[in-house]
Design a protein around this ligand. Structure first.
Ligand code: ADP
Ligand code: MG
Length: 317
């Protein structure tokens, strides 16, 4: 095998902005990111790709809710929404990568793996569900869902009621062996989409999907650790990471050491909680487990330049 990169692609690789959310728009956005990933492959990288799925799960849930209200259709459980999005997003990435590789005369197969990720049923996240899911509800519906379906519901700052689910840590990638075999055989592999479908071990290794959401950067980090990747690349909406992000004294970083990353994260003021902080944490875990690894955060269009050392934020042990 050549050098292995695990690439976590963010929401902006599928949805550019509010006005471009259709399936066709997402396909176009995916094409752009795949162009840059194909360039990496052309330069000799083996790649495993993870991706986000937040908005896409939201769309499926919305359709499911409407169809249920209007037609009495059965609803789609959250774990199945995850599986659906892995298939649909995997398809868009797979086809775009195949097309991009073909244009470059590269004959490398591409495959998407529906990926389950084991979580610990004793993870403290289950005591404190925080991740809002699905549309807004009236208080009456929220209470009924709570009663009948055991949902945890919260009032969201005057905007209505919403379901919240836990966001536990990923413990084990169930399909890891098959991902490894595919990579060793030279297959470009798309896996752990949306952080993976969260499953628990109900005893005697009997797995069952649960209503939860795993952070996609954490799951990609686990994949990068398990595969001992040379590079963990987080492709997102910003070219670089900043200190004091969004403040007058903001400073863009070209690189930081693992120790600096830990220190800045602990300072709590630099990286926003739901967005950059989990990326930095994911990278810290990767570098701690992989002292020979390197990590990079940049946006899709700058991947090539960043790999040449011209931009992006590099995080090294
Ligand atoms: P993704 O879909 O790729 O996970 P997120 O929106 O979750 O994207 O995280 C990326 C976003 O984090 C950036 O677009 C930026 O707005 C935000 N962000 C928060 N803190 C920082 C920081 N310190 N430096 C750069 N970007 C930051
Ligand atoms: Mg994010």
């Amino acid at each position: 095998m050549g050098k292995l990169a695990v690439i976590a692609i963010g929401g902006n690789s599928l949805i550019k902005d509010e006005a471009h959310k259709t399936v066709e728009d997402q396909y176009e956005a995916a094409r752009e990111t795949c162009h840059y990933i194909a360039e990496m492959i052309e330069q000799g990288w083996d790649v495993a790709i993870g991706h986000g799925n937040g908005p896409q799960v939201g769309f499926i849930l919305r359709r499911s809710e409407i169809a249920h209200k209007v037609e009495g259709m059965h609803e789609v459980p959250l774990d199945v929404c995850g599986a659906d999005t892995q298939g649909a997003i995997g398809y868009a990435l797979q086809q775009n990568l195949q097309n991009e590789l073909h244009l470059r005369g590269i004959h490398k197969p591409v495959a998407t793996i529906v990926t389950q990720v084991l979580v610990d049923r004793n993870d403290p996240a289950f005591q404190n569900p925080t991740k809002p899911i699905g549309g807004f509800m009236t208080e009456e519906e929220a209470r009924r869902r709570q009663q009948e379906q055991g949902w945890t519901v919260v009032e969201d700052a005057g905007r209505g009621w919403r379901r919240v689910v836990p966001s536990p840590l990923p413990k084990e990638i169930i399909e890891l062996d098959v991902i490894r075999i595919l990579l060793q055989a030279g297959v470009v592999t798309i896996a752990v989409g949306g952080g993976g479908i969260p499953v628990i071990d109900t005893g005697n290794r009997q797995l069952r999907g649960i209503a939860a959401v795993i952070d996609k950067d954490y799951a990609a980090s686990l994949l990068a650790r398990a595969l001992r990747a040379d590079l963990f690349l987080i492709s997102t909406a910003v070219e670089k990471v900043a200190l004091n992000y969004g403040k007058p004294n903001q400073r863009w970083l070209d690189h930081m050491t693992l120790a600096e990353a830990r220190q800045y994260l602990a300072e709590g003021i630099h990286f926003a909680k739901g967005s950059m902080a989990p990326k930095i944490q994911a990278i810290i875990w990767f570098l701690e487990a992989n002292p020979n690894g390197k990590a990079l955060i940049t946006n899709p269009e700058n991947i090539g330049r960043a790999l040449r050392g011209e931009t992006g934020t590099w995080i090294v042990p």
